[in-house]
Design a protein around this ligand. Sequence first.
Ligand SMILES: Nc1ncnc2c1ncn2[C@@H]1O[C@H](COP(=O)(O)OP(=O)(O)OP(=O)(O)O)[C@@H](O)[C@H]1O
Length: 601
Amino acid sequence: MSAVTNAPARPAAAKRGSMGMLRQLLPFLGILAAALILPAVSNDYWTLIATRAAIYWVLVSGLNLVVGFAGQLAIGWVAMLTLGAYTTSVLVLGNVTTPFPAFVALAIASAVGAVFGFIVGLPALRLRTFYFAMTTLGFATIVTQIALAWQDVTGGGIGVPGPVLPAPFDTIIGFYLFCLGVAVFCTWITANVAHSRFGRSLVAIRDADVAAESAGISKPLLLGSVFLFAGACAGFAGGLFATLQSYISPEAFTFELSVMFFISILIGGRGSILGPLIATIVLTWLPEFAAPLVVWSTFLYAALLLLIVLAVPGGIASLLDFRSRRKIEADRTIIPRPELLPEILGDRTTPGAITLKNVVLSFGGVRAIDGLDLAIEPGQVHGLIGPNGSGKTTTLNVICGFYRPEAGSVTLGTKPLAVGAPHTRAAEGIARTFQTPRLIGEASVLQNVMVGGAIRGQGSFVESLLSLPRHRRDEAMLRHDAMLALNIVGLGGLAEVRADRLQHSELRFLEIARALMLRPRFLLLDEPAAGLSVEEIRCLGLLIRAISRQGTGVLLVEHHADLIFDICDHVTVLNLGRELAAGTPAEIRVHSEVVSAYLGS
Ligand SMILES: Nc1ncnc2c1ncn2[C@@H]1O[C@H](COP(=O)(O)OP(=O)(O)OP(=O)(O)O)[C@@H](O)[C@H]1O
């Protein structure tokens, strides 16, 4: 058997880090080199096609954060392209105001795209999947209808001339290089977001939304920023598109185009930048190679999508993800290193206990909690046991703000905890794990842990976009602490492995590592020993004790009576949502009602 605990030595890790970075950059540099030599080795026609691909990528790069990372089905994003194209053309033409310089009009188009991107994104906070997709399609239809009807401004069905950029961007090559520059910039900024706490949080919202909320990630703020950004990219792309077309009318902004943007991301692979980039290039060039098939383009996109979904569900990105196919040791042992805990849990103050007073909560006719009193003291392990359905997980969810009690109070020290607001718990230093681990399977173990510390970052979304110093400091801090947390729970050697390749017991320790990233004052564990071997339960017990010795109050919901009696300072037994007994493990072990209702003889 081999241990997976040891962290790599620092110089070796740094070298591997820069090699990994270079490996990630190489395909992008290859595409850029091909794009730069293209005009020299081909003709104007192919340069125009490449310009079109660059413009589409400007839109798709932003939309990728919405669809590929956040998992929102924004299928009608062509509306932002339309808005950007008309805004730029009309402002440069000067048929409403005095004519604007082309670059100023482009900037305004981007701002208009951002505003409407945000507005169109708002329903995503309430509507899910296809319902949201329909609202974006509806908006695209409205925009096209307005462009048709508002003849004085848009020229109706006849359209308006597109803008011309000033020299040196007024030639085919000049305009191509300008669009290429914008596309490179968009690739860089979206990659910066993808590799920031914001990018990881988006994926967490997509794949593990309750875990994201428990880590303090604010969905409205994050989605709002991303829709704004994606709208700005699309608005700018619209201005470039109008320039490329030289004349725009509503029929230039087809449903097929919208589908193509959306499908590029799905074919490219969720949560990737390289995959959607390659897919955008391929889908832009494909109709040119098979010109007679242009009328079949939607059918072809759909067929290609079906093929990819069936043959390679992860898209192009998964084909290129050689790292995830590397073998990992099958025979692994988890050896936690609790002696490292002071490095992450030192220097915290605790304002007092979490106290539940007379809490009542029903689901329809079922009283899940019925007048419960409970106190979780700092520095102590409080066991919560009871038969199935006795209300243990519901109690934990009330403390975490997922459920709103009908009566009673939940306080931290003297301060009431906000009801029905789970994302506020992280800021109070309350972390949790889940009965069924909630993790991002497609992300690495290290990235999953870094999600847990998202709210500790200082840099803003814009600072992450531009990779400014505060963003880089955040990333260094989160990476360091996540590696530390992984070494503490004994998973340091698996940091770069995809989480969906881990064994069940490792997922349980991974959730604890993610919770440690909050430097929690309180840690709520929901059946952490379920599915663990005897030796793993022993390691878990030592780890939980060590965490509580650092001053953290632990609530341990568990069915393993031995673990409860070995490590708890205090035990509460629930039955039918009520306290059946409470006391020290020694008292509970011999409590006659507990023995007959739960422990058995
Ligand atoms: N979301 C819900 N909707 C309806 N009923 C629920 C819901 N959650 C829990 N319940 C009910 O509330 C009661 C308490 O459930 P809870 O999950 O808290 O029990 P538990 O002690 O954690 O059980 P277990 O040990 O099986 O996890 C059960 O009767 C359960 O069926």
